[in-house]
Write a protein that binds this ligand. Structure first.
Ligand code: G6P
Length: 464
């Protein structure tokens, strides 16, 4: 079996590992794959240095080699805060209103991708499979090719690919996509993002595209693009659920909410997650059904994220204000309807909190996949499973949405407070039989389409 080389912006060195869903899907997702092939993981250390060493720091953890580089403050600013998270992230989540187009940050993005290529190329052996992750590193494959790397190389995009009409607002969009075609295989989370990408290649680049196989022929080079829906590490997550920490968390949540139904949301504090809109939906529910304020406690776990970026600071302030308003208006002496927690939690604690919650509320405005939805399903008690309310705009809705309205998750439009409010009412009133019938197919999907399956599928196709 070829050695796997994973390259991503962040490298999850073990001490920093935590709840995969809460801290972003990438970290938790790749552990198992690398362990299997004794692989190498290369990326940014997350640290800044005035004069970084061009040589990566290499360390071995549990059979996996982790190689990291530090970045200069200006690089972090232009590449990570700038082009990756103030241009590509909002644009790819359909937020043209938040998308900044600055030539300097575009240059910083290209510069850091070249730096990655310089540092990573010498570590790659002839038989390695090279797998690059996410929007930070789209041009990296092209940089590696220019340095003579001939290996099979794949790229996986963890976030949506926007419709062509939005994507063309990006200056130099052709150049970016042309660098992507240096990879042999490009993976997307679901068919919708894949179709947008193929549409772009055909319409804007004039590439020859076979929609059925995802084969793209352009300037004498062939790339295949396919959908590979990411999953969770089901066995590991379930094992976490058997720990004392998980059980205690479940009990603590249950005893603190007494006879009320607990509803839970777990998200990085990001505008794509639809958090203010979610609170509006909850506010609408309380307005419509004031007698039910006693029935429900909502726990929102939202660890802060990317706080050097203005739009992230703004969304945090907005959430604090909205939570305060709803709690101010709806609290009683012995009851606070919304618990808003700005901290990350361990996987075991999250498992316990999900299991204690009879409703999972996952309403991103746009999301590549969303692993919180899958973790919520995995943590339910088969004899008394909770209800998942899921945004129809999350990649996960294609798998968990069910064949018809009586199966799988309750799908809602996250922009509509009325839709969210109706979803909460339906979830609260749902009889046990229906909860079981909806949960069972979701559970099978989450169990079977695990991250191990995702990795095996992608690396099999990459190996060719
Ligand atoms: C998303 C991205 C990941 C990223 C994660 C956390 O899930 O797809 O690439 O690692 O968010 O964001 P951060 O900026 O903290 O790495």
């Amino acid at each position: 079996m070829s050695r796997l080389v994973v390259i991503s912006n962040r490298v999850a060195v073990p001490k920093a590992r935590g709840a995969a869903g809460a801290q972003g899907g990438l970290a938790g997702a790749l552990n198992s794959a690398l362990k299997e092939t004794g692989g190498l993981w290369f990326g940014w250390s997350g640290e800044e240095a005035e004069v970084p060493s061009p040589e990566p720091t290499v360390a071995e953890y549990d059979g996996v080699t982790m190689a990291t580089i530090d970045l200069e403050p200006q690089d972090v600013d232009e590449y990570y805060n700038g082009y990756a998270n103030s241009t590509l992230w909002p644009l790819f989540h359909y937020r043209l209103d938040l998308t900044e187009y600055e030539r300097e940050t575009g240059r910083g993005y290209e510069r850091v991708n070249e730096l990655f290529a310089d540092s990573a190329a010498p570590l790659i052996r002839p038989d390695d499979l090279v797998w690059v992750h996410d929007y930070h590193l789209m041009p990296l494959g092209d940089g590696l090719r220019r340095r003579g790397v001939r290996n099979r190389m794949g790229f996986f995009l963890h976030i949506p690919w926007p419709p062509t009409r939005l994507f063309v607002s990006l200056p130099y969009h052709e150049r970016l996509v042309m660098t992507l075609l240096a990879y042999d295989l490009i993976g997307f989370q679901c068919d919708e993002w894949l179709e947008s990408f193929l549409h772009y290649c055909r319409k804007e680049l004039g590439a020859e595209v076979d929609e059925a196989s995802g084969r793209i022929d352009f300037e004498g080079k062939t790339t295949v693009a396919r959908a590979y829906p990411i999953g969770i590490d089901f066995d590991h997550f379930s094992a976490e659920g058997q720990t004392g920490e998980a059980r205690q968390t479940e009990q603590r949540v249950n005893s603190s909410t007494r006879h009320r139904t607990t509803m839970i949301g777990v998200d990085r504090l990001d505008y794509s997650k639809g958090l203010p809109e979610r609170l509006d939906g909850i506010g609408r529910f309380f307005d419509r059904y004031p007698e039910r304020v006693n029935d429900l406690v909502f726990i929102q776990i939202a660890p802060p994220s990317r706080e050097d970026i203005r739009s992230y600071r703004k969304i945090r302030a907005e959430l604090e204000q909205k939570t305060g308003q709803i709690n101010g208006a709806r609290s009683r002496i012995d009851l606070v309807p919304i618990r808003y927690v700005n901290q990350g939690h361990s996987m075991a604690e999250l498992y316990g909190a999900y299991r204690a919650s009879k409703i999972g509320l996952v309403t991103p405005l746009r999301d590549g996949m969303n692993l919180v939805a899958k973790e919520y399903v995995a943590a339910q008690d088969p004899k008394d499973p909770g209800v998942l309310i899921l945004s129809r705009f999350a990649g996960a809705a294609q798998q968990l949405g069910g064949g018809d309205a009586s199966e799988g998750a309750i799908l809602v439009n996250p922009h509509s407070p009325d839709d969210i409010a109706a979803g909460i009412r339906d979830a609260l009133d749902m009889p046990l039989d229906e909860r079981k019938a909806r949960w069972q197919p979701m559970f099978e999907c989450v169990r079977d389409e695990s991250v191990q399956r995702w990795t095996a599928d992608f690396t099999r196709d990459l190996a060719g």
